[in-house]
Write a protein that binds this ligand. Structure first.
Ligand code: HSE
Length: 440
């Protein structure tokens, strides 16, 4: 049978990896797919770089539209990224009746509803395994492997840059700004790391997982997004003393009131496997009612790890190419007619536990004032850690850090209690609040 012909839009790090993996493993991939898969056309603004990667025998152009217009191309791989031109190209490829493989989490998290509807109407597939956690086959696991389950929650370390920074902060006792500069110097963090450090990249990914897990539309605008820029080395140290590590988690959870969808730094008990995922690695924990808790670990970025996911999608599409669209795996795991309108909860309705750090005057009655406010709000305390003032501020210091771990409470209640504590004259600096997930 004639090989499937693939057009590649953007041949940077992941595009080169995809080309190389397909070529190197061509024989085994063909035995698996039942048909050859060939990249026959590449579009990149840097034609010389593209030519250097693919050699002769592949058509190289600088205009992505030419790939979409080519009637011989069966599948388009979009590796340009972003919401701009990539959106138009993906919609144009769908309109031209081509299947699409993309690693573009931002595009799908924000415009997924429109894109999946267009693909369904046209009877083509938009595959996006590479969009979440790079080489880890988490989309496949959620959509197919765990299809028997009612998924209860997902918690993941799904941004390698921030996990690398947090690991370095903990190992070396350094503050965020210092580690970020070092990560940029070493090439672990991008020159503009905003999407990573502000939690936006992780929020794109957890938005996609949430939709697949719970059969709801992709709703990035409903996600609570908080990054790691405000974390201090002191909080990492205090958390450690209490038996926790701080990780940037993407969390989505089913509750009686609706779906939680949030990204923020979280204390995770040190004994959990997730707390021990270090450096740029990714890991996702999924809890389903039948299977219990499962863990998926691997490289969340990089040339060939991400290519591994892109090529897996190409093989799936090759196998499905002739299947009746009604009998394909739905984009969001649930049939389009069965997508639910269950609400995504505002953050004030989320119930979780907390780490609080208060810089307080080291004088009689302060602890009682603070715990009194929590008691009045009905917030139960799990642990308290108070350091001697001179341990924190040096000899003669008159202020100290008061660390409180709470049991579960509604975030709205915690916000009110924090405002009351903040107004005490003995609370000397903005209170640090980090959420805590037991993940039991
Ligand atoms: N920038 C991401 C990370 C990889 O640091 O994990 C691509 O999503």
């Amino acid at each position: 049978m004639k090989p499937i012909q693939v057009g590649l839009l953007g041949i940077g790090t992941v595009g080169s990896g995809t080309f190389n993996v397909l070529k190197r493993n061509q024989e085994e991939i063909t035995r698996r797919a039942g048909r050859g898969i060939e990249i026959t056309m590449v579009a990149d603004l840097d034609v010389a770089r593209a030519r250097a990667v693919v050699g002769e025998g592949v058509q190289v152009v600088n205009d992505a539209a030419a790939v979409i217009a080519n009637p011989d191309i069966d599948v388009v791989i979009e590796l340009i990224g972003g919401y701009g031109i990539a959106k138009k190209l993906v919609l144009d490829a769908i309109a031209a009746g081509k299947h699409v493989v993309t690693a573009n989490k931002a595009l799908l998290a924000v415009h997924g509803t429109e894109i999946f509807a267009a693909a369904s109407a046209k009877g083509v597939v938009v595959a996006f395994e590479a969009a979440v956690a790079g080489g880890i086959p988490i989309i496949k696991a959620l959509r197919e492997g765990l299809t028997a389950n009612r998924i209860q929650w997902i918690a993941g370390i799904i941004n390698g840059t921030t996990n690398f920074i947090l690991s370095e902060m903990r190992d070396k006792g350094l503050d965020f700004d210092v580690v970020l500069k070092e990560a940029q110097r070493l090439g672990y963090a991008e020159a503009d790391p905003t999407f990573d450090i502000e939690g936006v990249d992780a929020a794109h990914k957890v938005t996609l997982m949430s939709a697949i897990a719970f059969g709801i539309p992709v709703q990035f605008d409903k996600a609570h997004v908080e990054g790691i820029t405000q974390l201090a080395a002191a909080d990492i140290r205090y958390a450690e003393q209490l038996g926790y590590r701080i990780k940037l988690l993407g969390i989505t959870k089913r509750t009686a009131k609706g779906v939680e969808l949030r990204v923020h730094p979280s204390l995770v008990p040190t004994k959990r496997l997730l707390a021990n995922v270090e450096g740029a690695m990714n890991a996702v924990v999924v809890n389903g009612d039948a299977v219990g808790t499962t863990l998926y670990y691997g490289k969340g970025a990089g040339s060939e790890p991400t290519a591994s996911a892109v090529v897996a999608d190409l093989v799936d599409i090759t196998r499905l190419h002739t299947a009746d669209p009604q009998h394909r795996v739905p984009h969001l795991a649930f049939q389009p007619s069965a997508i639910s309108d269950e609400i995504v909860l505002p953050m004030s309705e989320v119930v979780t536990s907390y780490y609080l750090r208060l810089r307080v005057a080291d004088e009689a009655g302060v602890l009682a004032q603070v715990t009194g406010i929590l008691a009045h709000a009905g917030i139960s305390i799990d642990a308290v850690l108070q350091r001697e003032a001179d341990e924190v501020g040096g000899e003669g210091a008159t202020s100290t850090d008061l660390i409180i771990l709470t049991h579960d409470t509604r975030e709205g209640t915690m916000n009110e209690a924090m405002a009351t504590m903040q107004a005490l004259p003995t609370v000397l600096a903005p209170i640090t609040r980090i959420r805590k997930e037991e993940l039991a």
